[in-house]
Write a protein that binds this ligand. Structure first.
Ligand code: NAD
Length: 369
């Protein structure tokens, strides 16, 4: 079988440093497990702008379209803050990349590692063992609906407006991603809407119910209003398994859920496109943090969010659950053993660099394998 094509986009700032640790794992898998990827690397963000005058060069986009999966570090930094909007790293590279690949499903796991229970602002008993997955629709809803704009009314007032729209097919395709995930986990899906106020989410709920009845009778479907959901996420987050919701609701709820775990440096994400005829699908994996210019170049960033993004890639794009488990178990063991990067440092633990953390994960994989 041809090796899977993995495109690595380190980007800017700490993206470069954290991605170097993923490279160690890729090398280990090749050497010790005979798992060879067809790995290539390309420029994106500020680094691409400096080298080519654009944050998303045509070669990078072409490589992204040809890849089986993409692993992204982070983009941006003060050096490029004053560029025109379309050349800024985030606006000029990430948004067009997501749009070109039609990445409509954003997966944000929120997992609490026992060793880091104290990093959360919530009580340990509320979050201990937490493992939930939020599926956010990423290319429709209130952020993209038309008409939108700001207009001047006859009486001289100004009026701003956006439109919340979803078609049945948009609801069905995000619904299938969420139901499929729930089926592989604990078979419970909570669809979050505002059915009591917004017509668009009346349709959302109706379509989710139809989909469950037609294709996923084995998955339990519940519904929750978004305001209640925000409350339940901090009151009793362990009641959830997989959650699916509209773009803006998901933007807010997924950030809220990420803070249950306490640290930006630990959180991976995935964005998926539609399944192609050959069975593959466009997929971009990235940590949720940015390029952290304040700590870039110092070898102190936490590489675990990027490493866990790679394990999501193995699990969801390459069907390599055993290797994904191995990486995740190595992360748990290294944390349990007391190693910490500065962002998750606790009294009595050993503070280590980005590099030492990366090396420790590979050593632990070797031990566990
Ligand atoms: P950020 O996530 O880069 O940093 C926020 C804070 O968290 C900083 O204090 C940083 O040092 C810390 N932090 C983040 N990741 C860390 C890690 N792995 N280990 C240790 N500490 C970590 O967000 P920001 O400061 O708002 O943005 C910085 C730049 O990144 C901006 O140019 C922004 O546009 C860009 N950005 C990019 C992405 C992306 O590439 N997907 C996402 C968010 C922000």
């Amino acid at each position: 079988m041809a090796a899977k094509k993995l495109l690595i986009l380190p980007g800017d700032g700490i993206g470069v440093e954290t991605m170097a640790q993923v490279r160690r794992i890729i090398d280990w898998l090749a050497k010790k497990r005979q798992i060879e990827f067809d790995v290539s690397e390309a420029l994106i963000g500020g680094a691409a702008y400096d080298a080519t005058g654009t944050p998303l060069p045509a070669e990078t986009l072409a490589a992204a379209k040809a890849a089986d999966a993409i692993l992204l570090g982070a983009v941006g930094g003060p050096k490029w803050d004053n560029l025109p909007f379309h050349l800024k790293p985030e606006r000029g590279a990430l948004l067009p990349l997501r749009k070109e690949l039609e990445l409509f499903a954003n997966l944000r796991p929120a997992v609490v590692f026992d060793a880091l229970l104290d990093a959360s602002t919530l009580k340990p008993e509320v979050i201990s063992g937490l493992d939930i997955m939020i599926v956010r629709e990423l290319t429709g809803g209130l952020y993209f609906g038309e008409p939108r704009g700001i207009e001047t009314l006859p009486d001289g007032q100004r009026r701003g407006f956006n439109t919340l729209t979803y078609t049945t097919s948009e609801i069905q395709r995000i619904g299938r991603v969420a139901f499929d995930l729930a089926r592989k986990r604990n078979k419970r899906l909570c669809s979050v809407d505002k059915h009591n106020v917004l017509d668009c989410t009346v349709l959302w709920r109706e379509e989710m119910i139809k989909l469950q009845q037609a294709e996923y009778p084995d998955v339990e479907l519940t519904h929750m209003y978004v305001d209640n959901c925000a409350m339940q996420l901090v009151r009793n987050p362990k009641q959830f398994d997989v959650m699916v919701t509209e773009n803006m609701f998901g933007d807010i709820l997924s950030d809220c859920a990420s803070m249950l775990t306490g640290s930006l440096g630990m959180l991976p994400s995935a964005s998926l496109g539609a399944v192609r005829a050959d069975g593959g699908r466009p997929a971009l994996y990235e940590p949720i943090h940015g390029s952290a210019p304040d700590i870039a170049g110092k070898d102190i960033a936490n590489p675990l969010a990027t490493i866990l993004s790679f394990s999501m890639c193995l699990r969801y794009s390459f069907d390599m659950a055993a290797e994904a488990d191995l990486i995740e178990n190595a992360v748990k063991a290294v944390l349990k053993g007391g190693l910490r990067t500065a962002d998750i440092m606790q009294p009595g633990k050993a503070k280590v660099s980005t590099t030492v953390m990366g090396e420790a994960i590979v050593r632990e994989m070797e031990k566990l394998a």
